[in-house]
Design a protein around this ligand. Structure first.
Ligand SMILES: [Zn+2]
Length: 400
């Protein structure tokens, strides 16, 4: 068992390193190859998936200032930015991020070699008193570009590469539709069973730590050890990992190209992305005559938190949620003895979130699993693995 666990850990960690370290060439993204601004042999580009800023300009002292603006006016304050700099000589580039009236949120991650993301720390990023403008510097080298982003990039091509790396004997992939910008909406499934676990992710483009958690969670469910095999004998997995591919490609803060927060569209269904996924879920459940046992929607916020319903309020498998939370906390404490579960039970029937929708439509406990913006990938990976393991154990125990 120990060797199995170790092997799984390595699989996830190496997959994470691959994902977060890869700067894939744009496959279907808007690629703007024209320089956004340039001065004295330094050129700034937004020519890759996820690249975003409103404008940039050099000052006489050589500082480059970026104006960071959201895709729409009324929006959650998650100021995303990503840009690439090419230089004809080695030097340091002073950078200013000007957020207008919005406060700085994401510490920059810098990629010098095309593989490794290095987060800057608080001491390296100087902020004005109201935190609407920050300053830092990055190194430039003539041999390679320097890429700076609000979070390590994880765009459509990275998902595609991850999906292609999965064992096709265990996991089937289907494109259930296309986004308004013609990007694929993927569905991953294991063999259909009488019970189904539903997972969705990346409704909100900047939330890459939640996306990493979702991939690690799925890898654990797809594993070939006894626990995962036995679980998959009873429960089919139905997963939609990338709900907002256009927002991800365009470096949006929150919305899709229809100016909507997709996690407020579960009910109105005014958007293609949510409508496609919701109808595909209904079709899948009907076609395979299978019952949903639970849904989990992966996000990021300032810290780890589970948004759930109150215990025993779901019509189906009412004890499952509470048992999972208890078992997860126990599992985390064996790894991090000082771990304390952060769980906020509530039900906002009037807010058309995925969480409310799955609870009301299918009578299952639905959870929003949030990872901290700055939580390291290794922690996120282990946290998500333990969340998946504890869920599988709790399910198997209650079904015996
Ligand atoms: Zn979110």
């Amino acid at each position: 068992m120990v060797s199995v666990t170790r092997k799984l850990t390595l699989t996830v960690i190496s997959a994470l390193a691959f994902l977060t370290g890869t700067l894939s060439p744009p496959v279907y993204a808007r690629a703007d190859e024209r320089p956004a601004c340039e001065q004295n042999g330094i050129t700034v580009y937004r020519n890759f998936p996820g690249a975003a800023f409103d404008s940039c300009a050099f000052s006489k002292d050589g500082t480059v200032e970026f104006v960071i603006r959201p895709e729409d006016k009324e929006i959650n304050p998650s100021p995303w930015y990503a840009f690439r700099v090419v230089s004809n000589a080695s030097r340091r580039l002073p950078v200013v991020l000007n957020y207008g009236r919005i406060k700085h949120r994401y510490l920059p991650d810098v990629n010098y070699d095309g593989h490794t993301w290095q987060p800057l720390n608080d001491a390296q990023v100087i902020s004005n008193p109201d935190e609407t403008r920050v300053q830092f510097s990055v190194a430039l080298h003539p041999a390679h570009a320097t890429t700076v982003a609000a979070q390590p990039l994880l765009a459509g091509a990275d998902y595609r590469a991850w999906i292609d790396s999965l064992d096709s004997a265990t996991v089937s992939t289907k494109e259930i539709g296309r986004s308004p910008l013609n990007n694929p909406l993927w569905r991953l499934t294991t063999a259909p069973k009488t019970h189904t676990l539903l997972l969705i992710g990346r409704q909100h483009p900047p939330e890459t730590t939640g996306a990493i958690a979702m991939l690690a969670f799925m890898e654990r469910l797809f594993a070939q050890d006894e626990l995962a095999r036995e679980f998959r004998q009873q429960v089919g997995i139905l997963a939609y990992p990338l709900l907002n591919p256009d927002g991800v490609e365009l470096g949006y803060w929150r919305h899709n190209t229809g100016s909507q927060d997709l996690n407020r569209d579960w009910g109105p269904f005014t958007q293609i992305e949510t409508r496609s996924v919701a109808s595909d879920i209904d079709e899948y459940l009907g076609e395979h005559a299978t019952t949903l046992i639970k849904s989990i929607d992966f996000h990021s916020t300032w810290y780890e938190v589970f948004y759930t319903q109150e215990d025993a309020t779901a019509d189906n498998f009412p004890a499952l949620l509470g048992n999972w939370m208890t078992e997860f906390e126990r599992a985390m404490k064996t790894w991090r003895p000082d771990f304390a579960l952060n769980r906020k039970p509530s039900h906002n029937a009037d807010r058309p979130t995925a969480k409310s929708y799955f609870f009301e439509r299918y009578g299952v406990a639905s959870t929003t699993l949030e990872i901290g913006d700055a939580t390291p990938d290794a922690y996120t990976g282990r946290y998500a693995q333990l969340a998946a393991e504890s869920f599988m154990r709790v399910w198997l125990e209650q079904s015996r």
